[in-house]
Design a protein around this ligand. Structure first.
Ligand code: PLP
Length: 393
């Protein structure tokens, strides 16, 4: 195989989730898709809100000269203005359009941030369990992802992050609401994290950036508030997308928002604009950028996700599974009834249930269920969850 050595390592690491995906596809072929309960992938099943669909129709009908052309790498000014206004209203901050860079989703945003901030060999600390793609994004920047265990309830462990900090640390990366755990980090823990990073930046005589990955910000339950990181630490940047809250992951649209008080603000903004271009994104999709100002306040039907969450949580509880109901996201991260999560995920497959082992998120002994599926899939899967649990007991 004449491919890059560091890609070989990545390809073998990425195999767990891909295996689940392929196994699911095989089972669907064998038993029919309706008889397989596929909880493997966070691909939203709810339709996008009406405001998005109406906006899309309206914008698609405009044929003015240049509407499909190249644009500044950071995105259209009007879109960045609309996004800045939205963030200001939502988070009580004061951003201007220059603080916003439109990206190809949060994944694009993270790669742009990493490419712009990280020198080869520098470290990104992430609380574990974590979204597995972070390993690959760090590798893209020739940097190292360093895991710091979260607390037992998956809240932020400040002491865990403190132990991981060292002179090579450049970024602390958080994700709240969290994939896979569903945890939302409290304002109090973020304040402590901000204080810790201020202290560490002084001690190591360098700027350590807090990067927050927030594609699930608006997928939060029962009045759970997702605090804004900007009030807790000045060297903070967040990236988010509309993949989950508008149910449009295939359209690849998101943005980076930068704290106006950031150290080296203009350098960082210039670097990120350049990285958006040189990583090959060039700019975020034009059509989506023109739709967004028409639907920024819209969101998917959270009542539907609440219902799915409750259905799954009640069903799993009735079978005796241990887990914390998620405060946000559409994932349940449950304890495997046996230590070996890979073996348990196989036991679930015997019941035609596809789950992702916790090992794929750096957390053996657990498994993740993505409940962005039909209600009926959840209801009909519960007997299988019961059988699998009884069989391994
Ligand atoms: C935690 C997290 N970050 C980033 C992403 C990437 O999302 P997107 O690039 O579609 O915004 C995902 C997608 O599932 C995710 O779960």
């Amino acid at each position: 195989m004449s491919i890059a050595d560091n890609l070989k390592a990545i390809m073998s690491k990425s195999s767990l989730i891909r295996e689940m995906f392929e196994k699911g596809a095989r089972l669907k072929q064998q038993h029919g898709p309706e008889n397989v309960y596929d909880f493997s992938i966070g691909n939203p099943n709810l339709p996008p809100p009406a405001a998005f669909l109406e906006g899309l129709t309206k914008v698609a009908a405009i044929h003015d000269q240049g509407v499909h052309g190249y644009m500044p790498n950071t995105g259209y000014l009007e879109t960045r203005q609309a996004v800045a206004d939205f963030v200001n209203r939502d988070q009580g901050v004061e951003l201007c359009p220059d603080d916003i860079i439109m990206t190809c989703g949060a994944a694009g945003g993270l790669n742009v941030i990493f490419r712009s901030l990280l020198n080869p060999g520098e470290e990104v600390i992430v609380p574990s369990p974590y979204f597995v793609e972070y390993d690959f994004y760090a590798a893209n920047a020739n940097a190292v992802l360093k895991k710091a265990p979260a607390k037992a309830d998956f809240s932020l462990s400040i002491s865990g992050i403190e132990s991981a900090l060292n002179p090579k640390t450049k970024i602390v990366l958080i994700n709240s609401p969290n994939n896979p755990t569903g945890q939302v980090y409290s304002a109090e823990s973020l304040k402590r994290l901000g204080n810790l990073l201020e202290k560490a930046s002084r001690e190591f005589n360098k700027t350590i950036y807090l990067v927050s990955d927030e594609p699930y910000r608006r997928i939060a339950y029962q009045g759970v508030e997702v605090p804004s990181i900007f009030s807790f630490y000045k060297d903070s940047i967040f990236t988010t997308s509309f993949s989950k809250d508008l149910s449009i992951p295939g359209e690849r649209i998101g943005y980076i928002a930068t704290n106006p008080d950031l150290t080296y603000r203009q350098d960082v903004l210039n670097a990120m604009a350049l990285s958006n271009r040189t990583l090959g994104f060039v700019n975020a999709p034009a059509l989506m950028q023109r739709v967004l100002p028409l639907c920024l306040n819209a969101s998917v039907d959270m009542q539907a996700y609440t219902r799915k969450r409750d259905l799954l949580c009640q069903g799993l509880s009735s079978c005796g599974y241990e887990f914390l109901p998620p405060a946000g996201t559409f994932y349940v991260f449950a304890k495997s009834p046996i230590k070996d999560d890979l073996a348990f995920v196989e036991a679930l497959q015997e019941e035609r249930i596809i789950a992702v082992p916790g090992s794929a998120f750096g957390c053996p002994g657990f498994f993740r269920l993505a409940f962005c599926v039909k209600d009926d899939t959840i209801t009909r899967s519960i007997p299988g969850f019961r059988t699998a649990c009884q069989r391994v007991a």
